[in-house]
Design a protein around this ligand. Structure first.
Ligand SMILES: Cc1cc2nc3c(=O)[nH]c(=O)nc-3n(C[C@H](O)[C@H](O)[C@H](O)COP(=O)(O)OP(=O)(O)OC[C@H]3O[C@@H](n4cnc5c(N)ncnc54)[C@H](O)[C@@H]3O)c2cc1C
Length: 566
């Protein structure tokens, strides 16, 4: 079933729901006029529908493979990559100083969703590069910026991020990769990294690895880590790929999904690297890349959800089975199938709105320097990542269910969405780690950023009472319940917060979802049925989630390993 880029939906969410007009009103993003946004979304949409979507199945059936130390990518991926780079889509948000388009993150995030819906395993490649460009823009020396960023933007070279090791996953601070000063300003990096997305390919002139490693005098834990640029080919005096660096791909993983994306074990043997940022301050630099990637991965969840929904709706409209109360025979008219499709659409809308609201906050933080906008972006990032990817999984799961037995058969493509979505809740910081970030670092302000957002939701709901009293009343009450839950949360000690982190994050997303659906229903009356579905059937879950959150840690630890095993 062909993918249809939801261009008008993006326009609606950006214009009517998440306040993109504020971004376009800033001096920095003055070029992002409605006409430019429309033109960019339409152009990217065409590429996704015609060039990238047809690659998705090929990537699944013919995974990337390692041949004599070189990664051979899936059929058509090189051409697909070239089309992405020729369109300038890698450097959309990058600074014009180095050849980027300087467009807002809100627009880049929308385009990334479409590329991810079309072919998620290929989209991971430019996503990693985009994160690397941002990290270099903020933390690299001028010489590194001038050499690397233009080539990354043009797509001539690709970027990767290397954090994970066998003994250092969620606990990055446990890493053992070493770096030593060579005495000439460069460093020798030695160690093994695992699970490195697009660790190599056969279509870029160079692969630029950003690698976390510890110098001999680096303190234990995350405080003693430094970040290095370690290219596959060491640039020569003219900046062209020169001598081969001492690094390589040891093996590629056999994965549940995302077969077109090579996930590599990388070995560094005294490989030459250049410091990014300051010694021992690598985590700060890597966080720039990770925050970018967290929003990007959240949008990957939305991307899968949109594609899975389109598939399921088409199938449900064609498939005839039994008699329905509406007299017709297509399964879309069975109440339970309608419920599943309604849930898929409502969740996709909410997850997209949350991710785009986060992107708008990033843009506003950059354009105005406002600490409040920056805090809003920081607060929304873990929610956008965790809820977006959980919804990618749940919507893809429902997509299989709508297909019945055919959902379990690979030809329909419904199963691939489910397999591809699974890892999005795991990589880029598991969703449990995202939730702990929300209740920990993001509440270090005592909940101030959360309260500001909840106040806006309540104010909007109060205004909306005049038009949609029932729905607005529910949203107001849910926001108030979340405010009380937040007051309780910030008064708890760390492990009690952590024990309730996942339900709290989901409750927050439920309230945000209700809010954005209410906004949509006010802007366009034809959206009221979907808003009512979300507010009456999905949002009430927040009460049960808050009750779970309030249970704290003690009850969890009462489930001893012995009790679990008995
Ligand atoms: C396909 C794929 C691509 C990837 N790409 C990259 C990449 O490009 N670069 C890169 O560096 N890494 C990459 N990763 C690694 C990925 O980011 C890690 O797998 C992820 O961060 C989790 O680490 P882990 O696998 O070691 O799991 P663990 O850290 O062992 O976690 C196992 C479980 O324990 C939980 N847990 C762990 N610590 C805590 C804690 N403190 N509190 C509560 N719960 C906890 C986790 O939430 C999880 O449920 C990739 C992984 C995959 C599978």
């Amino acid at each position: 079933m062909p993918y249809r880029a939801p261009v008008s939906e993006f326009r609606f969410v950006l214009d009517q729901v998440v306040g993109m007009d504020q971004v376009a009103a800033t001096e920095l993003f003055a070029e992002a006029t409605p006409e430019t946004v429309e033109a960019i979304l339409s152009e990217a949409g065409k590429l996704c529908e015609t060039v990238l979507a047809p690659l998705n199945r090929a990537g699944d059936l013919t995974p990337a493979k390692l041949e004599n130390g070189v990664v051979r990518t899936s059929p058509g991926f090189a051409e697909g990559y070239r089309a992405i780079t020729e369109g300038g889509w890698v450097g959309m948000a990058a600074s014009p100083e180095h050849g980027g388009m300087g467009l807002p993150m809100s627009l880049t995030t929308a385009v990334n969703e479409m590329i991810g819906s079309a072919c998620l395993s290929l989209q991971l490649n430019p996503l990693m590069t985009q994160g690397q460009i941002e990290a270099l823009e903020h933390h690299a020396s001028d010489a590194i910026k001038e050499l690397y960023i233009p080539k990354l933007i043009s797509g001539e070279w690709c970027g990767t991020m290397n954090l994970t090791e066998a003994g250092a996953g969620s606990d990055v601070g446990a890493l053992r990769t070493k770096a030593e000063r060579n005495g000439d300003g460069t460093y020798a990096v030695t160690g093994q990294k695992i699970f490195i997305t697009w660790g190599d390919n056969d279509f870029a002139g160079n692969i630029c690895h950003l690698v976390l490693a510890r110098l001999p005098d680096g303190a234990p834990g995350t405080r003693g880590i430094s970040l290095f640029m370690v290219p596959k080919f060491i640039p020569d005096e003219s900046g062209n790929p020169g001598k081969r660096n001492s690094l390589g791909v040891v093996s590629l993983e056999h994965k549940l999904g995302l077969h077109g994306s090579p996930t590599a074990v990388m070995q560094y043997d005294g490989a030459t690297g250049w410091l990014i940022g300051e010694e021992h301050k690598g985590m700060a630099a890597m966080f720039t890349m990770m925050n970018n990637a967290r929003l990007g991965v959240g949008m990957q969840g939305v991307a899968i959800a949109e594609a899975a929904f389109q598939h399921a709706l088409t199938y449900a409209t064609d498939r005839k089975q039994g008699k329905t109360p509406l007299g017709a025979t297509a399964i879309v008219d069975h109440a339970d199938v309608r419920r599943m499709l309604g849930q898929m659409k409502a969740e996709t809308f909410a997850a997209r709105a949350i991710a785009l609201a986060c992107a708008v906050a990033i843009d506003m933080g950059r354009a105005t320097g406002s600490a409040d906008w920056q805090a809003r972006a920081a607060l929304l990032t873990p929610i956008a990542k965790a809820y977006g990817t959980d919804m990618g999984n749940e919507v893809a799961y429902l997509g299989v269910q709508v297909h019945g037995g055919m959902g379990f058969i690979e030809e329909t493509g419904a199963a691939q969405f489910s397999r591809d979505a699974r890892v999005t809740s795991i990589y880029e910081g598991t969703n449990g780690i995202q939730a702990m970030d929300l209740v920990g670092r993001k509440m270090m302000d005592g909940g101030a950023a959360a309260y500001r957002l909840l106040q806006e939701i309540e104010d909007h709901a109060s205004e909306a009472r005049a038009t949609l009293p029932d729905l607005a009343g529910d949203v107001w009450a849910a926001a108030e319940a979340l405010r009380e839950a937040t007051e309780w949360l910030v008064a708890q000690e760390a492990n009690d917060r952590n024990a309730g982190a996942v339900p709290y994050l989901r409750a927050f997303a439920r309230v945000l979802g209700g809010h954005y659906h209410l906004k949509a229903a006010l802007a366009d009356a034809s959206r009221q049925p979907l808003a009512a579905f979300a507010i009456k059937r999905l949002m009430p879950e927040h009460s049960a989630l808050i009750a779970q959150m309030r249970e704290g840690a003690a009850g969890l630890y009462a489930l001893t390993p012995e009790a679990l095993a008995s």
